[in-house]
Design a protein around this ligand. Structure first.
Ligand SMILES: Cc1cc2nc3c(=O)[nH]c(=O)nc-3n(C[C@H](O)[C@H](O)[C@H](O)COP(=O)(O)OP(=O)(O)OC[C@H]3O[C@@H](n4cnc5c(N)ncnc54)[C@H](O)[C@@H]3O)c2cc1C
Length: 281
């Protein structure tokens, strides 16, 4: 028999997390798949389960001082419907699963699941998002890029919960997202790509690029982005072979049931080339 807790406040949830080391349960759309067993058998949880759905402090989207704060328990549908969320995140969420799953699935669950194919991650990487982690006694904040450690692995401590995600509000006039999956709905990414840029008077003032499902964690290479900043379209076009070669060296996908490493690498570089050639005008 699984022991379950249904706290009514964040404080209560964090106390239970500390005392019981209970497994956080948000929408359950990853947990119920991962821990499912043969038909007729209940999913397997080796520790107590901590249902978060009544914890109000983990919900809602707030705007303050040039930042958007998204409660970890916000569902993907709620984020999609909020008109002030950065477009790049909404583009990615619109292609996750199906409306029914998005009504349950939370952004916090997508982040903490830390799948290389987690579709909110590349947009959060390019937005320089930060995560707020709470425990019963303290709170800390860190870059999402440092929080995600590897497939299924994060910096979350046993007594912590992801409380919220903070995204700086910044202006980009080029916002491009592409997901490659087996079909339109309910398929995990073979590859995903998030690219944003700010073009001023024909010069790239800022550019950020991130790939999903091509490495153990989402891939972002600020040192290559730096080489593009300050260039105009003509210079970027001339530099495309060099940029592609640099990314080709760090894109290291794997073969799995969804795709082959070769396909993933080829298609990632094609999308990048399209982004640099066609989207930046
Ligand atoms: C049919 C189907 C299609 C899918 N398609 C996609 C897709 O296209 N793209 C994609 O990225 N994903 C997809 N998913 C995966 C899943 O829906 C998402 O990752 C979802 O966002 C997970 O959120 P959740 O609230 O359901 O997480 P849960 O299953 O509740 O939790 C996931 C993990 O996060 C932990 N956790 C949750 N909340 C917190 C918190 N606040 N603090 C600390 N730890 C926490 C849990 O303990 C667990 O380890 C799909 C799933 C299904 C079933």
């Amino acid at each position: 028999m699984v022991k379950v807790f249904m706290p009514q406040s964040l404080k209560e949830a964090l106390r239970i997390r500390k005392e019981e080391k209970a497994i956080p349960f948000a929408g359950g759309t990853d947990l119920m798949v991962k821990r499912g067993r043969l038909r007729g058998l209940a999913p397997y949880f080796e520790k107590p389960v901590l249902f978060l759905h009544k914890v109000k402090e983990l919900t809602g989207v707030k705007f303050e001082e040039g930042r958007v704060r998204i409660g970890a328990l916000s569902t993907l549908s709620e984020i999609l419907e909020n008109r002030d969320i950065p477009l790049i995140l909404k583009y990615a969420i619109a292609e996750i699963a199906s409306p029914a799953i998005r009504n349950l699935a939370t952004i916090g669950g997508n982040i903490c699941n830390a799948s290389p194919a987690g579709d909110t991650l590349p947009p959060l990487y390019v937005m320089n998002a930060r995560v707020v982690l709470s425990s019963f006694t303290s709170e800390r904040e860190m870059k999402i890029m440092d929080f995600i450690k590897g497939p299924g692995s994060t910096d979350l401590k046993e007594e912590e919960l992801l409380k919220e995600i903070i995204i700086p509000v910044e202006f980009f006039n080029i916002v491009f997202y592409r997901k490659v999956g087996t079909r339109k709905a309910n398929s995990l990414s073979k590859v995903s790509f998030a690219g944003v840029a700010r073009l001023d008077d024909g010069i790239i003032k800022d550019i950020r690029i991130s790939f999903g499902a091509v490495a153990p964690t989402p891939l972002r290479a600020p040192e290559i982005e730096e080489e593009i900043i300050g260039k105009n379209k003509v210079k970027i076009i001339a530099k495309i072979p060099d940029i592609l070669e640099k990314y080709a060296r760090i894109i290291r996908p794997i073969d799995d049931q969804r795709s082959t490493a070769r396909y993933r690498k080829t298609i990632s570089l094609k999308i990048l080339e399209y982004f640099l050639k066609e989207e930046i005008k």
